[in-house]
Design a protein. Structure first.
Length: 132
């Protein structure tokens, strides 16, 4: 089931890259229907979040990344999920929430290169928000 889910998510990602958004959305929906008895692991949820983001469905993407962080805290993709959550709230101009994700990453994943990326994004957002 894990390989099948990976194949579906990979196919959806490829369809997004080809700008076949309707097909990607259908592929992801089919995967969830066919594999409903087999819950996804953290990595699969993370990549489903990337697909949702590519489809322009930010709330769904963020929900997947939050699931990764909350349900699979020791998964290797957690720093990436925190990064994408932080970037998403920065886009919404919510630097307070972004700081929270950065603090969590600093506490739980201090050596992650994703921590550095999120820190840079956060600093850029704060600088952009300063009055001229």
């Amino acid at each position: 089931s894990a390989l099948v889910r990976d194949a579906f998510v990979g196919q959806a990602a490829l369809q997004i890259a080809r700008k076949n958004f309707a097909e990607a959305s259908e592929t992801l929906a089919n995967a969830r229907t066919i594999l409903k008895e087999f819950p996804p692991n953290g990595s699969q949820l993370f990549y489903e979040g990337l697909v949702e983001s590519g489809l322009g469905r930010k709330p769904e993407a963020m929900a997947r990344w939050k699931q990764v962080v909350d349900q699979f805290p020791s998964d290797a993709v957690v720093p990436q999920a925190l990064y994408y959550l932080g970037r998403s709230v920065i886009e919404d101009k919510d630097t307070g929430a972004a700081v929270g994700y950065f603090q969590r990453m600093t506490k739980d994943h201090p050596q992650s290169t994703w921590r550095n990326e999120l820190q840079l994004s956060l600093v850029e957002a704060m600088i952009a928000g300063l009055p001229a």
